[in-house]
Ligand binder design. Sequence first.
Ligand code: GLY
Ligand code: MN
Ligand code: MN
Length: 441
Amino acid sequence: MPDTTMHKQRRDRLLQKMQRGIAIIPTAPEAVRNGDAHYPYRYDSHFYYLTGFDEPEAVLVLVAGTKPQSVLFCREKNMEREIWDGHRHGPDAAKEAFGFDAAFPIAQLDDKLAGLMGNQPALFHPLGAHAVWDDRILALRARVQAQARSGITAPNEIHDVRMLLDEMRLIKDSEELSTMRRAAAISTVAHIRAMRATHPGRMEYEIEAELLHEFRRNGAPAPAYTPIVAGGANACVLHYVGNNAVLKDGDLLLIDAGCEVDGYAADITRTFPVNGKFSAAQKDVYEMVLAAQAAAIAAVRPGAHWNEPHDAALRVIAQGLIDLKLCSGSMDAVLEGEGYKRFYMHRTGHWLGMDVHDVGAYKLEDNWRVLQPGMTLTVEPGCYIRPAEDVPQAFWNIGIRIEDDVAITAEGCEVLTEDAPKTVGAIEELMDQFVAAAYSK
Ligand code: GLY
Ligand code: MN
Ligand code: MN
């Protein structure tokens, strides 16, 4: 039996926040890849957060008020389909195993919902997430409205339930944090394995295969996002996912990859030399990005505002670019005129959780959010230098990002991915053993 205590507690908290009304939260649809083949199924994060139920074709309905109810609609048992596609709980077993107050076949959804919606003052739904569901729910509301002469009223307030759920998901509970530590640990080992496997002449996809194998052999069902394995100039393409070029002596390799464990993502980037030794120019840029990351991590603590880690990283990068003669003028002028943006064009992080770019507002009203214990985020400064006449050739095609996953604690923060080597010394030492061994084969 799955432990569903946390999921039930989350449903109860959402019911309290709703105060009154009905929430309708469908899971994700299955998606056809081509012909008869489907993409691997991934449930909707909000739905799974509240249920722990991983089958497709399921909807959670919550009714708030004096007699709160939590109701699941799911696929019925079907021996024929189960022979082909595997186990289905069916409503009765799902109700028991997952602690719902009631469960019904998904085919009864519209009729039952029309009943449950009657006389409810408010409707909560992930508005606009799936047009098909918006239409279906509005049609049901119209069906309830048509009963007005029988004295039944339809909800006249419609809220986006994500306003409540995103804020709940932003603060991770102890169970979520331990799952995230596991995703981080598996991803860390995968990055170390990728460093060990890299040497000149290998293909980017061979290194990607090492990552994926490490994820799967540890039970992670999938990467949390498409891995980026980018050698040389490819590292300057921020969302490079071709992963099909040869790794060259003298180039850097940027790997941005993390696995998903029980619905939670890790998101790690490491950048290291293909031949195991940084060139002088690579090392200069690398040390600048690493110092920017250290400054940003030092700014991650409860009470700081969301932008403080980014601003700390930016100051180090602006000064570093001036020192490397890639920008000119004072640090303030480079910050003010955004001269750094040519080399550092993204922000220093994002919330991390069930979605790699997780939910939760970054600003409240007009102010950057105050960081609190239980929030989890990435810290990922970078520098990407494309060939240009005004840039010394030694810097051309250097693309570096260093990304760690960080949980805010009462005292400061916990870096979940700190075991993935990132100092020049640690990377060179690790690779020294393995690149040399690969050459001697
Ligand atoms: N891997 C996506 C990101 O770093 O934001
Ligand atoms: Mn990231
Ligand atoms: Mn990343």
